[in-house]
Design a protein. Structure first.
Length: 277
């Protein structure tokens, strides 16, 4: 029995996933947790090539609304952000950002939008469209709503993979992983990677998710089309997250080892007795 315990105990130690490996918001400098510089400078998202913009024109004059909106009524901002695929008649109000950084908007033509925020695009469109309603007297006022649609991010991990809709303007790394169902016991939080496309260039950033400094770093906010990759902890086959679980696993292992030991002993005794007859 003692020999079985000696053989199995190192296996248990190697296979354990300790709290140091999985806990978040750990203080830098402890257990090899790195520190990150305070580089967080969140800015409004700047439109890129390939984005799709939802544009809807509002006016108290029905003639103005019909002039710029193909048909039906628009959808509000919350509906847009909660849906990764607008679809149906709503596609009539979406415009693809072309390779030259413009959208092809009716009457206006190719309007440059790359590198602009949705607020800046809104003001630019209102200025352009106002010239078409200058003869409408008191009813020439109009307002343009601009939103980015089909914003999403992807997660690839040992626990599972999937693509998820970005539900609001700012989504943190913690919120993104919570939406994906967390990382799981075997995910290597010390080597999380973000694959991000910036102006046609693919950038891979690696960071330690366990560090408390993450909340002040460039890794804290997710951007549209980001891919989060969490590899499996090397050499892990199962996880132990608490003392109770550890005791349970050890007890079960020893009990099974004792059973096997007793069974083998009985078989050997039977063989010896049979040989002596």
């Amino acid at each position: 029995m003692k020999k079985i315990f000696i053989l199995l105990f190192p296996v248990l130690l190697v296979s354990c996933v300790t709290s140091k490996k999985v806990n978040l918001l750990q203080e830098p400098g402890q257990h090899g947790i790195p520190a990150y510089a305070d580089t967080i400078t969140y800015e409004d998202y700047q439109v890129r090539v390939g984005d799709r913009l939802y544009v809807y024109v509002y006016s108290i004059d029905e003639r103005v609304s019909k002039m710029f909106n193909p048909s039906g009524t628009g959808i509000n901002s919350s509906q847009i952000r909660q849906s990764s695929s607008v679809g149906g008649s709503y596609d009539l109000y979406t415009y693809l950002v072309l390779e030259d950084g413009t959208i092809d908007y009716p009457m206006v033509g190719h309007l440059p939008v790359r590198g602009m925020t949705t607020r800046e695009i809104k003001h630019a469109l209102e200025a352009e469209l106002s010239t078409y309603v200058s003869g409408y007297g008191d009813y020439q006022m109009l307002s343009v709503e601009v939103n980015i649609v089909r914003r999403s991010f992807s997660v690839i991990s040992d626990k599972g993979s999937g693509t998820f809709t970005i539900p609001k303007e700012k989504v943190t790394i913690y919120e993104a992983l919570a939406m994906a169902g967390d990382i799981g016991d075997f995910g290597d939080r010390s080597q999380v990677r973000i694959v991000r496309e910036i102006e046609g260039q693919t950038k891979v950033m690696t960071f330690d998710l366990r560090s408390k400094d993450i909340i002040n770093s460039e890794y804290y906010y997710i951007e549209p089309n980001d891919v989060l990759y969490i590899q499996k902890i090397k050499g892990q086959s199962f996880g132990i997250n608490s003392a109770a679980t550890t005791v349970s696993v050890v007890a079960t292992t020893l009990a099974f080892g004792g059973f096997v030991y007793a069974l083998v002993a009985r078989i050997m005794n039977a063989v010896e007795e049979g040989g002596s007859k």
